[in-house]
Design a protein around this ligand. Structure first.
Ligand code: CP
Ligand code: NVA
Length: 300
């Protein structure tokens, strides 16, 4: 089994992974080591702080060995095919994680590998991030079903995985994005086919009002740098700030997958304020990475 899209998981799978992540969190330092003597190839076409470090540390604490592989330093960078890379790595390692530009690359790796492949972010989805987000929401609200989510900003890869997760788990989601930057019809249709009813609006205040969770992400994702000037102009009012938090209410939390551009999509006062769950969310990348690797690649 692979984890390429969050929709590869059922409701039961997701709830089990969150339970497992919470268990790894509670027993850090003394839990099982289901990756004992196993190796995981970790391919990165793009920079990373959280994903790289959480995967490497998770692998190590599960008893395994993670190999950081910068795509440019692999023969992949000199034209070896994705399929051959997948076939060869499968002869050495027990799992592959890949952070790629094109979603097609991680899908192709999965197609040709004989070991589990995990999407560590593509231009279309970021399932590992959303598992950590769900664990964080569960920590705060002790439930997921029925939560009201507001996504403020770019209808990007993280947003796509969140929309699908909301559909799978019965959460309400409203996405507020400028014209031209809303989630693509294909993801909204997929969410509807999973039983979701994602709402898309233009006005951030409409999404934020009464929400339990306000989520945002950078206005300029990796790969979008060439559109920086235009994006800074278009996204100006799509900022999670204290006014927007007030509309959501006192019990709401603010989340951001990070890295944040403080003063753009989120303000310091929200990031560092009492309603911020941002750093718990970052920590949970470690616990959910353990849950995923133990399940897909380990002896559990
Ligand atoms: N949230 C996230 O994936 O962060 P990195 O880009 O630092 O891995
Ligand atoms: N949407 C961002 C997420 C970074 C973790 C990007 O793709 O760059």
């Amino acid at each position: 089994m692979n984890l390429i899209s969050i929709s590869d998981l059922s409701r039961e799978d997701i709830l089990r992974l969150i339970d497992s992540a919470e268990d790894f969190r509670a027993r850090r330092g003394s839990h099982e080591t289901p990756l004992q003597d196993k190796s995981v190839a970790m391919i990165f076409e793009k920079p990373s702080t959280r994903t790289r470090v959480s995967l490497e540390v998770a692998c190590r604490e599960l008893g395994g060995h993670g190999l950081y592989l910068s795509a440019g330093e692999l023969q992949l960078g000199r034209g070896e095919t994705i399929a051959d890379t997948a076939r060869v790595l499968s002869r050495y390692v027990h799992g592959i994680t890949a952070r790629v530009y094109s979603h097609g690359t991680v899908a192709q790796l999965a197609c040709h590998a004989r070991v589990p492949v995990v999407n560590a972010l593509s231009d279309w989805e970021h399932p590992l991030q959303i598992l950590a987000d769900l664990e964080t929401m569960h920590q705060h609200f002790a439930k997921l079903e029925g939560l009201r989510l507001a996504w403020i900003g770019d209808g990007n890869n993280v947003c796509n995985s969140l929309i699908l997760a909301a559909a799978i788990l019965g959460m309400e989601i409203t996405v507020a994005s400028p014209h031209g930057y809303a989630p693509k019809a294909r993801i909204l249709e997929q969410a509807r086919s999973l039983g979701g009813e994602p709402a898309v609006v233009v006005e951030p205040t409409v999404a934020a009002k009464g929400a339990d969770v306000l989520l945002t992400d950078t206005w300029i994702s990796m790969g979008d740098e060439g559109q920086e000037a235009e994006r800074l102009r278009v996204f100006g009012k799509y900022q999670v700030n204290s006014k927007l938090m007030e509309l959501a209410g006192e019990s709401a939390i603010a989340m951001h997958c990070l890295p944040a551009h403080r003063g753009q999509e989120i303000t310091d006062e929200v990031m560092d304020g009492p309603q911020s769950a941002v750093f718990d969310e970052a920590e949970n990348r470690l616990h959910t990475s353990k849950a995923v690797m133990a399940w897909l690649m380990g002896n559990m």
